[in-house]
Design a protein around this ligand. Sequence first.
Ligand code: 2AM
Ligand code: CA
Length: 257
Amino acid sequence: MELEIIDQKAREWLHVAAERIRASFQTNLSIDTKSGRNDLVTNMDKETERYFVEVIHEAFPSHRVFGEEGTADKVKDLKGIVWIIDPIDGTLNFVTQKRGFAISVAVYQDGIGQLGYIYDVEKDELYFGQKEQGAYVNGRRLDPVDPVSGLADHLLIANLSASRKYPILWEAIKASRGLRLYGAASLEYMAVATGRAGAYLSANLAPWDLAAGKIIAEEVGCIVKRLDQTEIDMLEKGSSIVALPQVYEELVKNYLK
Ligand code: 2AM
Ligand code: CA
């Protein structure tokens, strides 16, 4: 029952947050750098995270919030209900293009992903997945992914740092239909979940980059792991692969062993 109320609230808050982000298109953003000149944070990243933290704490005082921009709680375990939030995934796209970014919100209960939301604000597309209840985009149910098509049938998404650490991945890209890069992990997860790409590989993602994507992608039959094929620990940064089942088998057997 509580999940139903959480779901209702999450949708309400996502729409408010998206509207505020859209309104910010007409204003001057204030942009700061974090770890380097292309690691950006804007006032909208911070304001959007602060908004979620405030409304979640007010509506559900026992829930904790784990997020990117430092306004959330210091989360060291996943006991109880923890919201894992990236207020703007794809900040560089947001700043330079005003498209290709998303709000990513996930609800984990005792470490298990229950609800995942990825809102492509510019396209007005809300992806949603609920554990064992399927996945949807704007209310339309997503089909399970194709379990038999392989690497040669699909585009691959891989970020370049992933291929530097795993040079053999260039061979996998050659064996695929080609390389694509979108610059927002959550939307790259959705490209695989909707069958527009066979896999997305990244050397370094944070929990908030993939927490919602993992729930949604697994609901349609994708495999989600670290590049070394271990399970993802939602408290740690690290590599990630999301792939259609047959593409995963081929990547592991031929390129990631
Ligand atoms: P962000 O826009 O929220 O920072 C770009 O390839 C993708 O990787 C985006 O989803 C981006 O999220 C994420 N990303 C960029 N730099 C990162 C870093 N240092 N650690 C983890 N994720 C990062
Ligand atoms: Ca972010």
